[in-house]
Each structure stands twice: as structure tokens, then as C-alpha cells.
Design a protein around this ligand. Structure first.
Ligand code: NAD
Length: 295
């Protein structure tokens, strides 16, 4: 079994690290927050006092951090690239901007490491249950070395292409998701105005050309899909703040690449407005309340 350094043991990182322990790996972890480090230790992670201490003798180094600046800070300033063995695979599972992901690849490969960006989808539930989807970008050699570890934390692992391709796949997917949730919400609000029941719209659209994941798995009104957060006072789920983050990353990437994404831009604005109204901690499907004009 392998030795894995895990840096960033928050809502996602702690259960992912715990699943690597369950699969028999030795996991050495570090987090800036002592409470998170202690909680990870309850899952069998060996807590150490610095990121550099975690990577000594590791076969893989996994980071699960809030944003691009955090990944770059850990790669460039914590000493992990100096302390790790040459040829170690560095896997950044954080959701970050494509430019920072590519910069992290350059830092790691210049230090003689294999490097992969591998953001995840599936939320805290997927992290707990090891059912995440992972989307990886980097060389084929980095992917093959990382794959057994990624398979310990997820049920589906997709190789997307070169450096940054995993992050690109993640923000493109979540831009579809943000836009489609607004579209489904608008349809339910229009149905309400027209006197059409939620159940009737759902029965028709879920088996017609309006069918999509936002409708059939995450329906924004209570009733049609019992497991959707709408039935649980919009408890996340996938927080509106995180949807905003991903839509903003998509807009940054669109600006840099010259892609025209007018619906993505509008979705980013609507979720920012929704969060400004106090919904950042609610599931993102609560955007239906903004559309309807209700609290
Ligand atoms: P979180 O804030 O709960 O955890 C991040 C952890 O990183 C914190 O414990 C923090 O102390 C630690 N950290 C920050 N800087 C550090 C440093 N320099 N050294 C060591 N530790 C450091 O966030 P999260 O919900 O676990 O999300 C992590 C990443 O996963 C984010 O990029 C997020 O967008 C992405 N993501 C989250 C979800 C979700 O549902 N929460 C779903 C998919 C993807």
C-alpha cells in the first residue's frame, strides 16, 4: 500500500483522506486549521505540523484547497516540492481557475514531479461515500500513476487531456448546471402563473425534450423528486456560494479564451444576486425563489 500526503482537510478533503485510509493506504495530513487536522485524525489520518512534513517519503501528494491562490501558495511556498521525492505524483483536487492549475503544473514538473489537476464533482456526500466523479488533466504517465488513488475516492475517473483539462471540464459542466437550473426554475414559475401544477409540468418535461439533471435529480420545487434539497428547506446539497464560485471561474476562462458565453454570464450574475440576498449557504436550486420573487 502507498504513502499519501493529503493537504487541505476541510469538508471534502477529510472524508477523501479517510477513504484512502479505509482502502489501506498510509495517509499523512496537514491543514492550517487545527480543528480540521484533529477531525481528520479521527478518520485515521496521521496529523503532522506542516505541509512539508507530510510529503516526506510520499508516493502521491493530494491537495484539496479553497482556491487557485491557495494551491499556488502551497506548491510554491510550503517547501513540498523541495521535500518530496522526484517523480512523486502531485494531484490537485481543488476547483480552481485554469490559469492557476496550469501554473501549478509548471511548478511541479519543473521540480521533477508528475502533475495532475483532478477536480471532483459529487459534493460532501460523494466525498463521504467515495462516489465522486474525478476529471483529470495532465500527462498520461501522471494519470496512470494517480489513477489507483483517485479510484479510492470516487466511482468514476475521467482522463480529460493535458494540463488544466480537468478544471476546464469541471467549469464547463457546472456552467451547464447553473444555466439549466435557472431554466428549470423559470419554467416552474411560469407554470405557477399559468395554473399548471408542479406535478403535471414534471410529468411532461421529465419525459420530453425539457428533460435534464436539474429537473429530474435536483428539481427546484418540492414534491416531484423527493430526494431533492427543495424538500429539505434547500439545505445543501451544493451551496449557492459554490455555484457562484464555479460560474465566476467559467467567466474568467471565457474572458481569457475569447469564448462567448452570454447565458453563463447571466447565470453568474443571477447567482451573485441570489447570494447577496442571503442565500449563499442554501442549495443552489433555491435560485427558484429569486426567480419567483419570494424569500
Ligand atoms: P473547505 O474550506 O471546507 O476546506 C479547505 C481546507 O483547506 C480548509 O480546511 C483550510 O484550512 C485548508 N487550507 C487552506 N489553505 C491551506 C494551506 N495553505 N495549507 C493547508 N491547508 C490549507 O473547502 P471544501 O468544501 O473542502 O472544498 C475544497 C475544494 O473542493 C474547493 O476548491 C471547492 O470548490 C471544491 N469542491 C467543493 C465541493 C463541496 O460540495 N464542498 C464540491 C466539489 C468541489
Amino acid at each position: 500500500m502507498a504513502k499519501i500526503a493529503f493537504i487541505g482537510l476541510g469538508n471534502m478533503g477529510a472524508p477523501m483522506a479517510g477513504n484512502l485510509v479505509k482502502k489501506g493506504h498510509e495517509v499523512v495530513g496537514f491543514d492550517l486549521q487545527q480543528a480540521n487536522l484533529e477531525a481528520a485524525a479521527q478518520r485515521g489520518v496521521q496529523a503532522v505540523a506542516s505541509a512539508a512534513d507530510a510529503v516526506a517519503g510520499a508516493d502521491a501528494v493530494i491537495t484539496m484547497l479553497p482556491a487557485g491562490k491557495d494551491t499556488i501558495a502551497v506548491y510554491a511556498k510550503s517547501g513540498i516540492l523541495e521535500k518530496a521525492r522526484k517523480g512523486t505524483v502531485f494531484i490537485d483536487c481543488s476547483t480552481i481557475d485554469v490559469a492557476s492549475a496550469r501554473a501549478a503544473h509548471v511548478l511541479a514538473t519543473n521540480a521533477g514531479m508528475l502533475s495532475l489537476d483532478s477536480p471532483v464533482s459529487g459534493g460532501v456526500g460523494g466525498a463521504e461515500g467515495a462516489t465522486l466523479t474525478l476529471m483529470a488533466g495532465g500527462t498520461a504517465a501522471a494519470f496512470e500513476k494517480a489513477r489507483p488513488f483517485l479510484e479510492c475516492v470516487g466511482k468514476k475517473v475521467v482522463y480529460c487531456g493535458d494540463a488544466g483539462a480537468g478544471q476546464a471540464a469541471k467549469i464547463c459542466n457546472n456552467m451547464i448546471l447553473g444555466i439549466s437550473m435557472i431554466g428549470v426554475s423559470e419554467a416552474f414559475v411560469l407554470a405557477e402563473k399559468l395554473g399548471l401544477s408542479h406535478a403535471a409540468l414534471f410529468d411532461v418535461a421529465s419525459t420530453s425534450s425539457g428533460q435534464c439533471w436539474s429537473l429530474t435529480s435536483y428539481c427546484p420545487v418540492p414534491g416531484p423528486v423527493p430526494a431533492s434539497p427543495a424538500n429539505n428547506a434547500y439545505k445543501p446539497g451544493f451551496a449557492s456560494a459554490l455555484m457562484s464560485k464555479d460560474l465566476k471561474l467559467a467567466q474568467e476562462a471565457a474572458a481569457v479564451s475569447g469564448a462567448s458565453t452570454p447565458m453563463g454570464a447571466l447565470a453568474a450574475q443571477l447567482f451573485a444576486l441570489h447570494n447577496a440576498h442571503g442565500a449563499s449557504g442554501d442549495d443552489f436550486s433555491s435560485i427558484v425563489k429569486l426567480i419567483r420573487g419570494t424569500k
